[in-house]
Design a binder for this molecule. Structure first.
Ligand code: GLN
Length: 500
């Protein structure tokens, strides 16, 4: 009885403590100003980047902290890729974004911008040994790397005959230039200059003349109440000298006078309906499908050849051969495919340059190598399991008929094992088909990247990614149907049943 009372008393105490802390939490939130979820992509030094201690730093980070202090709100930073920021603002998963975002007419139709907080411009970067590219006009028919969804990417599109490759971040585009895979990068001038001046980017120069004059703004969703709060804070820090100090800290110079209003009025976009949007995007997406299929087929063929060899090596009687195959499988199965793609495409050429010779990889080749090396590891295990699943009596019978070990494998074991391997091989093909989307990180314009590029232009993430998902689904359904048919075709009993 006493024990029961004590437990009830304990429950009451817990309930009171819990409700008090909840109430306290609520009151702290409303009393000390609101908390804004502010997105940034910390891959754009000196504006926003992660320091050695892993903390966010940069001009924009200092500025938003100063704005928050001046307007009495607190900031909760969220790390979001640049091309995902506008869709996130639209979906209201974030309240604002400070990510060196240029105020453009197109963006002003989708999100609202604060008054400008920085004056920047685009510049061309080339390798120091490049004597050909001296101006915008000399970019014609050249290979240009850009960051997806940026003003640099928009500008590159206007160059006649240029091959534009888009990367997820500015540092990756610059790495592509360093590796000698492209002739130039179009990027925000202060960022490229900072990378050169800090010694992080050697062998690259910037063409002096700026291509554009741009202003960065803090973005919020349309009609957001937070915009006036941000504008108030920004005006305050501009007037009280804090902006000046932050500018001095990062650029060691005096800031230019900034306009008080955004260059483009926060207008509204003519809303095109979802169906016509998808219909319009379909031809572009279908060109991506062709590339995806090409990538998947080439990789599965190479993966099958490599995987079968490694699978057989796994069954070898020689120990070191078995260990070698095991090490291969463990490495490629145990490291993420994305890391392998980066290592092959960006890492290997950079490593070769360190050794003193220039060597670059074609993107299709790099994609196929990465995907097939990875899938070979899985296929090897499928092959091994398939062969081991055939009863020992089969090879004994073959031997007693006078077949040698190669003939036993060729005529008795492998045909039966292959039939058993078809379903897991089918699974492997389907996951490989989906994994091709990872190759987008090296600027390969397969289906997913095509979708990303469309979203970077029209900011209609929901419809476009839904269309991309449906296309992937169709591809995998067709593939699994083809694999089932192959399974029936390879199985004599099922084959005769299906004819009845
Ligand atoms: N200022 C450029 C733009 O708005 C690039 C910004 C960025 O990559 N963070 O498009």
């Amino acid at each position: 009885m006493v024990q029961f009372r004590f437990r009830r008393w304990l429950c009451w105490c817990l309930a009171i403590v819990l409700s008090c802390s909840l109430l306290a939490g609520c009151s702290v939130n409303s009393g000390a100003g609101k908390t804004l979820r502010v997105a940034t992509e910390p891959a754009f030094p000196p504006f926003e980047f992660q320091g050695k201690d892993g903390k966010l730093q940069g001009f924009s980070i200092d500025l938003i902290k100063a704005i928050a202090a001046a307007a009495d709100f607190s900031v909760d930073f969220e790390n979001i890729p640049f091309d995902g920021i506008i869709p996130a603002l639209q979906a209201k998963t974030i309240d604002a974004a400070i990510s060196s975002m240029t105020i453009t007419q197109e963006r002003s139709k989708t999100v609202a911008f604060s008054r400008p907080y920085f004056q920047a411009g685009l510049a061309i970067a080339t390798r120091t040994d490049n004597q050909e590219i001296k101006s915008f006009d000399s970019l014609q028919n050249k290979k240009i790397a850009v960051q997806i969804g940026t003003t640099g990417a928009e500008k590159a599109k206007t160059v006649p005959g240029a091959q534009v490759r888009s990367f997820d971040s500015a540092p990756l585009a610059l790495q592509e230039l360093l590796n000698g895979n492209v002739d130039a990068v179009i990027n925000d001038a202060p960022v490229t200059l900072y990378a050169i001046n800090t010694g992080n980017l050697q062998g690259i120069k910037v063409i002096q003349q700026l291509l554009t004059e741009e202003f960065y703004g803090i973005a919020t969703a349309k009609n957001s109440a937070d915009l006036s709060l941000i504008n108030q804070g920004l005006s305050k820090v501009l007037e009280n000298g804090t902006y000046h100090k932050i500018y001095q800290k990062w650029f060691k110079s005096t800031p230019p006078v900034l306009p008080e209003k955004t260059p483009f009025a926060n207008e509204n976009k003519a809303n095109i309906n979802s169906f016509s949007l998808i219909w319009q995007s379909l031809p572009t997406l279908l060109t991506g499908v062709v590339v995806t299929l090409q990538l998947a087929f080439l990789s599965v063929v190479c993966g099958l050849v490599g995987g079968s060899l490694i699978g057989i090596m796994r069954l070898s009687a020689i120990k070191p051969v078995r260990w070698l195959a095991r090490a291969y499988i463990d490495f490629f199965r145990g490291t993420p495919l994305l890391v392998q793609i980066f290592m092959i495409y960006f890492g290997l050429p950079a490593f070769c340059q360190e050794l003193g010779f220039t060597w670059s990889l074609n993107r299709l080749v790099a994609g196929v190598i990465a995907l097939s090396l990875n899938s070979a590891a899985y296929i090897a295990e499928i092959v091994r399991a398939g062969i081991q699943s055939i009863e020992i009596g089969q090879s004994e019978a073959a031997r007693s008929l006078g077949l040698n070990s190669l003939q036993t494998m060729r005529y008795v074991i492998f045909p039966q094992a292959f039939r058993r391997m078809i379903p897991p091989l089918g699974n492997e093909f389907i996951s490989l088909l989906k994994d091709t989307s990872l190759v987008a990180v090296i600027g390969f314009e397969e289906l997913f990247r095509k979708g990303q590029l469309i979203v970077a232009e029209n900011y209609r993430a929901l419809e476009i990614y839904a269309a991309v998902a449906v296309i992937y689904l169709c591809l995998t359904l067709v593939s699994s149907q083809a694999i089932s048919s192959l399974e029936i075709w390879m199985n004599p009993t099922k084959k005769s049943n299906s004819k009845i």
